[in-house]
Design a protein around this ligand. Structure first.
Ligand code: PLP
Length: 425
């Protein structure tokens, strides 16, 4: 405490600039915001000293008035960009009617949203929650309750993939393989087996009569933007059918239009029993959902699971509007077209630059694997006005809004080339 006081606001703000952003880049107002956060927030997020205060379309502005092209989109949340006029109007209108009434009562929007999600997914049952992690928790609980309801007391096990990411609560973390996320919190939920993605034999061995559910991201997002092979997904379906286990697809990051289809699994025609979605669903408001087959309908009975905020009126209204905009503006086709142009530009760049090992992508879910650490490249791109993410140390991750102008992504490819060649701006 004493030390922090003697360091003063500037010291705290400097501590917040973990990426070494030069002090000259931040004015006193920005410094004060950073200092407060450093003093009072748990330092869970290693982040640069960048304070965003405004967004419009695919662009955001920081407190210093600098403009950025937002290619990470709130980690796949801002699928319609920032301040989309229809989202702003729908949220404002609903805020004036009913924001929240809890799940003690009905409101007019939950059923309507569930029906729309059922229509686009082919899964007729929906449980609403507030995040991707909570959707995973619901899936795990449902899978266990199903086993118990069938008198299969021994069927409590879970199978997941190495390099997968499903969230940070104890259940979701238990099916997330990354050691550094898990170690401080052990013991986690027992009975979880991990299988290397793509290893069909290992998958068949792991899924058995004690397996309640197999959880898979059809595209591993945090795991480096890795697209699982259709044959592996089909083998997952077959293994679950043979063992009597539920197949859960985690489409929290890759779902709801990101890959140019409503769901990534629809590309390959492998139908899961449960699907978890969140991120873009609420148009920036927290909303997650577990979508399930009719066979699972009776399992989460009265009182079996719940959430105070889940499926709130405001979030549901935003979600209905988000889904309507995607449909009416034909954004799935646009995502596919824009993604193709972006991938072509990035692959041309990769062919000319050994610093790029591989470009992976479908629609607007794009990973650029480098031959060097991604963090300094992310920082350099920020300096040139582009916000991008990174994962697994050497992969740049792009999750831009579905509405982005393809030309912006081509310009980004040019800038990335310049950064990787070490040219000065
Ligand atoms: N599942 C996947 C595939 C994710 O990418 C994430 C978050 O990045 C989660 C689950 C957790 O979602 P949330 O952060 O909304 O809890």
């Amino acid at each position: 405490m004493k030390r922090e006081h003697s360091d003063g606001a500037a010291g705290l703000a400097a501590a917040a600039r973990r990426d070494g952003t030069p002090a000259a880049m931040a004015g006193p107002a920005t410094e004060a915001i950073l200092a407060l956060g450093t003093r009072h927030l748990y330092p869970t997020y290693p982040r640069p000293g960048l304070v965003l205060e405004k967004g419009l379309g695919c662009r955001v502005w920081d407190t210093e008035g600098r403009e950025y092209v937002d290619l990470i989109g709130g980690i796949a949340v801002n699928a319609l960009g920032h301040a989309h006029p229809r989202m702003v109007a729908a949220i404002a209108d609903q805020a004036g009617r009913l924001i929240h009434c809890s799940n003690l009562y009905h409101h007019p929007l939950q059923g309507a949203l569930a029906a729309r999600l059922a229509e686009i997914s082919g899964l007729p049952r929906v449980f609403f929650c507030n995040s991707g992690t909570e959707a995973i928790e619901a899936a795990i609980k449902l899978a266990r309750a199903r086993a118990r309801a069938r008198g299969e007391e021994g069927r409590a096990g879970l199978v997941a993939l190495l390099q997968g990411f499903h969230g940070r609560t104890l259940g979701a973390l238990s099916v997330t393989s990354q050691e550094s996320y898990r170690a401080p919190f052990e013991p986690l939920v027992p009975g979880v087996r991990f299988v290397p993605p793509g290893d069909t034999e290992a998958l068949r061995r792991a899924v058995g009569p004690d397996t309640a559910a197999l959880l898979i991201e059809p595209v591993q997002g945090e795991g480096g933007v890795r697209f699982l092979e259709p044959a592996f997904l089909a083998a997952a379906r077959a293994a679950c059918d043979a063992a009597g286990a539920l197949l859960v697809f985690d489409e929290v990051q890759c779902g709801l239009g990101r890959t140019g289809r409503w769901f990534a699994f629809q590309e390959h025609g492998v139908m899961p029993d449960l699907v978890c979605v969140a991120k873009p669903l609420g148009g920036g408001l927290p909303l997650g959902a577990l979508l399930g087959s009719e066979e699972t309908a009776g399992i989460l009975g009265a009182g079996a699971h719940g959430s105070t905020f889940g499926g709130g009126a405001l979030a549901c209204r935003a979600a209905l509007e988000f889904l309507a905009v995607v449909e009416e503006e034909d954004l799935l086709a646009r995502v596919r077209g824009t993604g193709q142009r972006a991938l072509a530009a990035l692959r041309d760049l990769a062919a000319a630059l050994p610093a790029i090992r591989e470009v992976r992508g479908r629609g607007l879910m794009i990973g650029i694997e480098l031959n060097c650490p991604a963090a300094p490249v992310v920082a350099a791109l920020r300096g040139r006005g582009y916000l991008v993410g990174s994962c697994r140390g050497e992969v740049l991750r792009l999750l831009p809004p579905y509405t982005i102008d393809p030309g912006l992504l081509e310009q980004f490819a040019t800038t990335l080339g310049s950064v990787l060649r070490g040219e000065t701006a």
